[in-house]
Design a protein around this ligand. Structure first.
Ligand SMILES: C[S@@+](CC[C@H](N)C(=O)[O-])C[C@H]1O[C@@H](n2cnc3c(N)ncnc32)[C@H](O)[C@@H]1O
Length: 357
């Protein structure tokens, strides 16, 4: 990690501006969302500087001149737009806001899942509970009720989750099948994307998904639609319960973007439980994004910001970890890391673990 090791080299004048940007950050966020939602950025992009006055934009995007005016002015201040002869033009940041898939997915996730609940971040931090979750229901954690979230929230949650893991899955398949596992146990397998990727890659492998009942229903339906119901099975469990049933003797145990859903104490229990159910030659592969392992500062920013989703919305006690914290827990659970590979997909790290002799 080459960033965060020194104080930022920035003039006081500019630092004061940055502080104001943070103070107004929710305004900027909602302005960007509205510029996208009302197709203003898309219109300006297409128009390429022609018919792009404030009144043109208002009439083309079906909003009042007042609405166009306040959004466009702030769009200038945010560096999304610039003005040439009273005609609005898309600037580089606006181009990414409009066309970058990651920016779109992150923005929808923050708006649809986190925005309202983050108001209760302070209470969540003080109580160690996801106090923001009450905007969706009277639940302790988000996971057992993922499939009951309002439509937009559910869509944005799954798109966020899948965007990051899908990128990594592609690159990982040859690595994971290096030792030709016949049985893979996907712990926290969610909608079955990894199970389907595995059955597509290897026509003999069998995958058991361990997850909560709501997610298993979706995963098994997906396996059926893809014609691999005979090779994908479900194993219902609640890993927060120490006495949960656990699949024993798999060749390869797989945890992708899973351990970040738990506190350190819970991770230790889950890892010990996994170790107790592994054969001496089983492998455990852990795929996570660690903020200290990000190749770019932008990655660390996104990973650290995601931690606060866990605090306010998911469970109040988990986070995106520093790799050293995870490595300590792995060792405490009686496992050792055989292979440690960074920069998979979008800043993922694969830790390939085995039982200590
Ligand atoms: C963030 S998703 C990861 C999905 C998938 N592995 C991926 O890489 O995209 C976490 C998964 O862990 C499951 N999970 C959360 N808490 C659980 C628990 N207590 N017991 C079993 N599974 C749980 C959730 O249902 C969800 O499917």
């Amino acid at each position: 990690m080459t960033f965060y090791q020194n104080p930022k080299s920035i003039k006081a004048f500019d630092a004061k501006f940055e502080a104001q940007k943070i103070a107004f950050a929710p305004v900027a966020f909602q302005v960007a969302r509205c510029l996208l939602k009302f197709n203003i950025l898309a219109y300006i992009d297409k128009a390429k500087g022609e018919n792009c006055s404030r009144s043109d934009i208002a009439s083309q995007c079906n909003i009042s001149e007042y609405a166009a005016g306040v959004l466009l002015d702030m769009g200038l201040s945010m560096g999304l737009l610039w003005l040439k002869d009273e005609q609005y033009q898309l600037d580089k940041i606006g181009d990414f806001m409009l066309n970058d898939e990651m920016a779109k997915i992150n923005l929808n996730f923050i708006h649809d899942v986190c925005y309202q609940g983050l108001y209760d971040l302070d209470a969540s931090l003080l109580e160690g509970k996801a106090k923001g979750l009450k905007v969706f229901g009277d639940w302790e954690t988000i996971y057992p009720t993922l499939s009951e979230l309002p439509l937009e929230a559910k869509k944005s949650w799954f798109e966020f989750d899948h965007f990051y893991s899908d990128f990594a899955f592609e690159a990982l398949l040859p690595l994971i099948f290096q030792h030709q596992p016949k049985t893979i146990v996907d712990i926290g397998g969610n909608t079955g994307k990894w199970a389907l990727a595995c059955t597509g890659f290897d026509n003999k492998v069998k995958v058991t998904i361990m997850d909560l009942p709501g997610q298993l229903r979706v995963a098994l339906a997906n396996a059926k639609t893809q014609g691999v119901a005979d090779r994908v099975s479900g194993f219902e469990c609640n890993l927060l319960d120490e006495n949960t049933p656990f699949y024993s003797g798999g060749d390869l145990y797989w945890m992708s973007q899973f351990l970040d859903c738990f506190s350190e104490q819970e991770i230790l229990t889950i890892l010990k439980n996994t170790a107790a159910n592994m054969r001496p030659d089983s492998e455990l592969c852990i795929l996570e994004t660690y903020w200290d392992r990000q190749p770019f500062e932008a990655g660390a920013y996104c990973v650290n910001a995601t931690s606060l989703y866990f605090t306010a919305m998911a469970n109040g006690n988990s986070r995106m970890y520093h790799s050293k914290d995870m490595l300590k827990l792995i060792s405490k659970a009686g496992l050792f890391v055989d292979q440690d590979i960074d920069n998979i997909g979008l800043g993922h790290t694969l830790l390939r673990c085995k039982l200590k002799p």
